[in-house]
Design a protein around this ligand. Structure first.
Ligand code: PEP
Ligand code: MG
Length: 841
């Protein structure tokens, strides 16, 4: 082949070989050739050439073979554009026939030559001629008789003798590999890995270094880092008298590479070849600008480099490898940032099921909060607390969770629910607490009354049985497999610092409690973007006062209950401000429907009746009368603020008094107060007037001044459309994309989990819109809202505080819309910092 033929090209330093036309392997081999490494002669066939072969257009095979010495032994390997997309298996020892066998018998010994020939016949029969593998599996072709038996069996099955012409052999191998790529299964598999429908396959034909014969012969792989930790460590295996990846096969008597205490090594066996290999590997790392796995063969003591593949490691290893490459000056910091998948970071922040551990899956659902934990099954929040009091780990299993389960969630190591999606109660709280959580596992059987959980395969698990929730993958496992710990090492911190230097939008955290705020600070969030104050009312003792407030007969009674809540809220805010010293804290006024705070079962009603000194019937009637058909669209958010203004008055006072308490001369606190669920500017005006009045009162009472900022949550479509008018009363807008998604789709965030997986599987939705922001619909409202908001007020700060703020694809949409910062669960802050940096690069 001519060096300039774009379809069938001898790989030289200047041949026209590109990943996009010949595949990643061909391109990498060219780089190795350019580095002057001992790479056997290689010819690359382009995507077009291989497509032609699949459809009956064979290139000139004699010309192709002419690139190699007469009688050469060849191998053919796949070269897809992205190595992840796979491809047909390599075929080795092409060219072996009676004549080559005779010649090699003289050169490398009869036994080795016979092995090579029989291996090829076997592979050709099964992989290329597609003959029945069972016929060949029993034939031991280690000597002349065995080889003859194998060739006879081939002739019998194929109804023709084994082809002797190397051109015929090569043609058949190329054709079968080209066709395998076009098969339906192969296509589906690679598309699942992100390959486009028309992804091409290249092939490389390489002269073989044999790995079998006299003197030291063999093959192996080497890399300079551990794929588990990413730390420098020579890893890999070598096997004498072997080919391909045999050294890595289970049970192979292969050797370590470097001399150490573990036993014999390649370094002992062939010190010169080892030293040469190491220097080539270091050169490859430096010049190919990546940690590489090197495939090599030694032929009679002489080293050949067959291939290099970028090392794939754990998330932890990826971070460390990228940072070390940048620190060694091999790649830039920017490039290091681009080499780490943001999502992979969340693997580092949580415990995970050990990838090597045995898994016994019993069900699956939406992976709502990452990390994994094992514990005993409990079915109620009370049991979870009792179990925690005995220092036992438990997994809370519920149909769904509600406010009254929060304490039970705190007491559990993981949560599993039958219902719900990415923004359901369990999911939001789980992420906030850093608690592994799987929701919407509706294919399992939930029988809380019988205290039974049924696996998808029908196995029965009872209260007290141990299960594992893998919130990273969405799997539920029986028992307690081994775990690997979370790892926040230096390289992680370094990468994060580099990310902060690049990004052009802010990242804050959604934090409701001091524990959340501490996590947010540890992950270097730029402040709190959303404090959901209602979560503060579930502390023991407070819930009762809260219920008294809800049951109050009129404003006066209500004020009395609120007066009890005031010091508690003030203390909460003081603590939050102190933890976040120097950083902004955005506090959202009360949002959920009040009845969420009321008991839902008989025993709860009885308890409440006792606390209030009322008959149970009264309590039950009141609770029922507060029920709503559609609470998410009912009496919640600013609607409460307008109709029961005492609650917001109390909260505003708590915020302002805490502001004065926590302010220092050098670090004044400037709280941000946010109004939820607004749909019309008048709501903002009404609330603002009262909040301003509270601020004025506190200033007068204390004789001290302070500043605060008032903002609006934009989470109804109408607020987006009227953002210009809304912005005239607000210093900042924060898009609540959870509710905005719910209302734009008319899709309940608490119930969508039931059909979401079907919807995604059938391609109705490309992704769960509660997980990845819908760029076209919700995204359009966001863009309109940002644009109109800025038109209404030019010094407006705009953010997104829905769960989407921690998802890389959604952050891209938000940034493009022109927002100033995103706010997400504390544990997703690092993911958002990296994703934002990648967008700015
Ligand atoms: C939202 O709706 O996006 C939001 C942040 O508020 P919540 O999830 O508390 O309704
Ligand atoms: Mg909301």
């Amino acid at each position: 082949p001519a060096e300039t033929d774009p379809e069938v090209t001898l790989i030289t330093p200047t041949a026209p070989v590109r990943s996009s036309t010949h595949g990643g392997r061909a391109k990498c081999l060219q780089r190795l050739v350019r580095l002057d490494l001992p790479v056997p002669k290689t010819v690359a066939l382009s995507f077009d050439a291989v497509r032609g072969i699949a459809h009956g257009r064979m290139p000139d095979l004699d010309a192709l073979l002419g690139a190699f010495p007469a009688g050469a032994v060849l191998c053919v390997r796949p070269s897809s554009e992205d190595p992840d997309w796979g491809g047909p298996g390599a075929v080795l020892n092409v060219g072996l026939n009676d004549a080559t066998h005779a010649r090699l018998s003289a050169e490398i010994g009869v036994a080795a030559a016979t092995q090579l020939y029989s291996r090829f016949v076997h592979a050709y029969a099964v992989e290329v001629a597609r003959l029945d593998p069972d016929v060949f599996s029993d034939i031991e072709a280690e000597d002349a008789d065995g080889l003859a038996a194998l060739l006879d069996a081939y002739a019998e099955e194929a109804e023709e003798p084994f082809p002797q012409d190397p051109a015929v052999q090569l043609g058949a191998v190329l054709r079968s590999m080209a066709r395998a790529w076009e098969g339906t299964t192969a296509r589906i598999l690679r598309q699942a890995k992100g390959a486009p429908a028309d992804a091409g396959l290249g092939l490389v034909v390489q002269e073989m270094a044999l790995g079998l014969g006299h003197g030291e012969c063999g093959s192996g792989v080497l890399q300079l880092v551990s794929p588990v930790t990413g730390l420098p460590q020579i890893t890999g295996r070598y096997l004498s008298q072997s080919q391909g990846r045999e050294a890595l096969e289970k049970g192979a008597a292969s050797l370590y590479l470097e001399r150490d205490a573990r036993g014999a090594s390649l370094q002992d066996l062939a010190p010169d070849a080892f030293a040469e290999l190491l220097s080539h590997a270091e050169r490859m790392r430096r010049r190919l600008r990546a940690e590489m796995q090197v495939e090599f063969t030694i032929e009679s003591g002489r080293l050949f480099i067959l291939d290099g593949v970028v090392v794939k490691g754990t998330a932890r290893a990826c971070v460390r490898m990228a940072v070390r490459l940048a620190e060694d000056g091999i790649i830039s910091r920017q490039e290091a940032l681009l080499r780490v998948e943001p999502r992979a970071l969340s693997e580092l922040l949580h415990r995970q099921v050990d990838p090597e551990a045995h898994r016994d899956p019993i069900g699956s659902g939406v992976a709502a909060s990452p990390g994994a934990a094992s514990g005993r099954i409990v079915f109620t929040a009370t049991d979870a607390q009792a179990m925690a009091a005995r220092n036992e780990k438990c997994v809370l299993v519920r149909r769904e969770t509600a406010s009254e389960d929060v304490r039970g969630m705190h007491a559990s190591v993981a949560v599993l629910t039958e219902r719900g999606g990415m923004t359901s109660h369990a999911a939001v709280i789980g992420r906030g607490l850093g608690l592994p959580c799987v929701v919407g596992a509706g294919r399992m059987g939930f029988h809380p009354r019988k205290r039974l959980l049924m696996a998808e395969d029908g196995r029965v698990f009872r209260e007290g049985d141990t299960i594992t929730v893998d919130g990273t993958s969405g799997a539920i496992l029986a028992g307690a497999p081994a775990m690997v710990e979370a790892m926040l090492d230096d390289s992680f911190q370094t990468l994060m610092t580099w990310a902060d230097e690049e990004r052009d939008i802010g990242v804050r955290a959604n934090a409701d409690t001091p524990a959340d705020a501490t996590t947010a600070r540890n992950f270097m969030a730029g402040g709190i973007g959303l404090c959901r104050t209602e979560h503060m009312f579930f502390e023991p003792g407070r819930l009762t006062v809260m219920r008294e407030m809800i049951f109050a007969d009129g404003p006066e009674d209500r004020r009395a209950a609120l007066e009890q809540l005031l010091p508690m809220q003030r203390a909460d805010f003081i603590e939050l401000f102190r933890i976040m010293t120097g950083l902004p804290v955005c506090i959202r006024l009360f949002d959920p429907p009040l009845h969420e705070f009321l008991p839902s079962d008989r025993s709860g009603m009885r308890e409440l009746a006792e606390a209030l000194g009322l008959p149970v019937t009264d309590v039950t009637r009141r609770v029922e009368s507060m029920g709503e058909y559609n609470p998410m669209l009912g009496m919640r958010g600013v609607r409460l603020g307008v109709t029961v203004p005492e609650i917001y008055d109390m909260q505003a006072r708590a915020i302002f008094e805490a502001t004065l308490e926590a302010s220092r001369e050098d670090a004044p606190v400037v709280p941000e107060v946010m109004i939820p669920l607004v749909s019309t500017p008048r709501e903002v005006e009404l609330v603002k007037t009262r909040v301003d009045a509270v601020a004025a009162a506190v200033r007068t009472e204390r004789g001290r001044d302070f500043d605060y900022r008032l903002g609006v949550m934009v989470e109804t479509p109408r607020a987006c459309l009227l953002a210009d008018q809304v912005a005239r009363h607000a210093q900042f807008l924060s898009f609540g994309t959870n509710d905005l998604t719910q209302m734009t789709y008319g899709l309940s965030r608490d119930d969508a989990g039931r059909f979401m997986s079907d919807y995604v599987a059938k391609g109705v939705f490309a992704e769960d819109p509660f997980h990845v922001l819908d760029e076209h619909g919700v995204g359009e409202l966001l863009r309109i809202g940002v644009q109109r908001g800025r038109a209404g007020r030019d010094d407006l700060t705009i953010s997104v505080c829905g769960e989407h703020g921690g998802n890389a694809d959604s952050i891209a949409v938000c940034r493009a819309a022109g927002i100033d910062y995103v706010s997400c669960s504390p544990f997703r802050v690092p993911v958002a910092r990296l994703a934002a940096a990648q967008l700015a690069l």
